[in-house]
Design a protein around this ligand. Structure first.
Ligand code: TMP
Length: 208
């Protein structure tokens, strides 16, 4: 049985963590097999991912070093696919991934790299079976981020996140053959989860 690859995307503060956790619980309950679900994220905690996390904390200007970030996110993804995602999909797992190539398209284009160049850099990376896009106004999302204990990161500025949001909303047009569910993430958590569950059912990607 081939695995299922589900990606959760959104601007910073969109609520991905909550949706990832609910998806894991829900899928585990349905499949009755906890060890058949891989919960993972990008940037990873491996070599390139760790470097990215360090830079994201250090930098203040969201527009700086765009090609360095494009290269690091792409290398991190290549390793992540090879060592974690692909082997698990081959074993028939459901792989739940917090951010994937869609983040690079939305964020690194917002950093000023031409869209065609960003899309080209991601060619060869697989498509998700289902992408859940959590959509909400940037100011609402940034209010959530501002309350975090760790402080803010490079990309967490209003004008930048608004650009990222607009890029995300173009994904369905960029990838017309993919399943991309746009969720209204400006509402309360339970309502967001109800929408995600409905999108999951309608996508019919789960084998059970
Ligand atoms: P996180 O907050 O979801 O852990 O992601 C860290 C930051 O990295 C976040 O601002 C989004 C950004 N990012 C990109 O700019 N491009 C990418 O390809 C990925 C995966 C993340």
């Amino acid at each position: 049985m081939a695995g299922v690859f589900i990606v959760v995307e959104g601007i910073d503060g969109a609520g991905k963590g909550f949706v990832m956790m609910k998806l894991q619980e829900h899928i585990t309950e349905r499949s009755k097999k906890y060890d058949h679900v891989l919960l993972t994220r990008e940037p990873t905690h491996e070599k390139h991912g760790a470097k990215l996390r360090e830079l994201l904390k250090k930098h203040d200007d969201p527009y700086s070093s765009n090609h360095e970030f494009l290269d690091l996110f792409t290398s991190d993804r290549r390793d992540h696919l090879r060592h974690h995602i692909e082997p698990c999909l081959a074993k028939g797992y459901v792989v739940l991934c917090d951010r994937f190539k869609y983040s690079t398209i939305a964020f690194q284009q917002a950093q000023g790299i031409p869209l065609a160049e960003v899309i080209k850099s991601q060619e060869g990376f697989k498509a998700a079976d289902l992408t859940i896009l959590l959509d909400l106004p940037a100011n609402t999302a940034l209010e959530r981020v501002a309350n975090r204990a760790e402080g803010t990161e490079k990309f967490e500025k209003l004008d930048f996140q608004e650009k990222v949001r607009q890029n995300y909303l173009m994904l369905s047009r960029m990838f017309p053959n993919e399943k991309i569910a746009v969720i209204d993430a400006s509402t309360d958590k339970e309502n967001v989860w109800t929408q995600v569950k409905t999108a999951l059912e309608e996508s019919k990607v789960l084998p059970y």
